[in-house]
Design a protein around this ligand. Structure first.
Ligand code: SAH
Length: 314
């Protein structure tokens, strides 16, 4: 391995959602270690007390490319640079753009500047924590920003996520210049989800002005949504109780939660009777055709036919 000679270091720091108390220990020490801090003014304000004695480069959101280029140049000149993102640097943050630029310049992990990515609590989990446990089953994140992504790509993902019954976190739901994307998203989701599907709107989580609201998918458009809002959309199982949003993990499929007993036909510590092996047994012994099974389980007929063919070989 070649040691980086007289080269600086680039620290890609995820600050977490806002307040210093939600930063990781390594994020704090990375900021201590850095002599130069680069980031959007909003994020630098969140950590103002920690960076008072450092050189600071503040920039607006639209200057991301310049910010990353400058961070790389300063690190190449021998500085220790912290490039800060809110949440996690790798989730709609600066890490992706940084590696794109580094790859273009022929950088490898063993040559040139040292790069360390420091993970942070992303808006997804931070906002979820404020409204209950909405992400306790499969979920996905979709950004509604069409600044760099064509709308049909975003719409296709919304459609697919709704069809697959994911809990959905909508990042970048709305800004001054992008007001209609959230309404289009609502339409696409309502085509496949109940109007009373629970929705949480979390504004400025762990920052001054933090606010949470619960509403339904049908009434989403009546609520204020902005750049600092994360929209959490429940799946078909998500419920609201005592002002908290919960997506059950699935224990009720196996246990009688009132009695504390296992449901007939299920065993603790074992996959469900409708888990992979049990399900394969069921379709092996079923009289239904591949086409009927495909409809019953909402799976591609090709897949069912392939499973049946493999079972026949066993
Ligand atoms: N890297 C960040 C995401 C940046 S994209 C992360 O990992 O969280 C910016 C979008 O994230 C915002 O438009 C908003 O939808 C969401 N977001 C970021 N921080 C937030 C916070 N503290 N509260 C609510 N939403 C937040």
């Amino acid at each position: 391995m070649t040691e980086p000679v007289a080269q600086g270091k680039l620290l890609l720091v995820g600050l977490g959602p806002g307040g210093v108390e939600h930063m990781s220990v390594r994020a704090r020490s990375a900021i201590d270690e850095a002599d130069t801090i680069i980031g959007h003014a909003t994020y630098l304000r969140l950590v103002a007390d920690l960076i008072a004695d450092k050189q600071q480069v503040k920039s607006a959101m639209t200057e991301e490319l310049e910010r990353v280029t400058l961070a790389v140049e300063l690190a190449q000149a021998g500085r220790t640079v912290a490039l800060v993102s809110s949440g996690d640097s790798g989730v709609y943050g600066m890490a992706g753009l940084t590696f794109e630029i580094l790859f273009q310049t022929g950088w490898t992990p063993n040559s040139g500047i040292a790069v360390e990515t420091i993970p942070g609590a992303t808006a997804l989990t931070s906002c979820a924590a404020l409204v209950g446990a909405p992400l306790s089953h499969d979920f996905c994140a979709i950004s509604l920003s069409d600044l760099l992504t064509p709308w049909p790509v975003i719409a296709r993902r919304l459609h697919a996520a709704a069809a697959a019954d994911f809990v959905i976190a909508l990042y970048n739901p709305k800004s001054g210049r992008r007001a209609h994307q959230i309404l289009e998203a609502q339409r696409l989701l309502l085509a496949q989800r109940r109007p009373d599907t629970p929705v949480a709107l979390v504004h400025s989580a762990y920052r001054p002005g933090q606010r949470t609201e619960l509403c339904t998918l049908e009434l989403l458009h009546q609520h204020e949504i902005g750049m600092s809002t994360l929209v959490l959309i429940g799946n078909s199982q998500t419920l609201v109780q005592h002002g908290l949003m919960l997506t059950p993990r699935g224990y009720a499929n196996k246990y009688d939660l009132d009695q504390g007993t296992t449901i007939d036909g299920e065993q603790g510590g074992k996959p469900l009777s409708s888990g992979l092996d049990g399900w394969m047994q069921q379709i092996r012994t079923s009289d239904a055709s591949a086409a009927e099974l495909a409809r019953r389980y909402a799976l591609p007929e090709d897949y069912i036919a392939d499973v049946l063919a493999r079972l026949a070989l066993d």
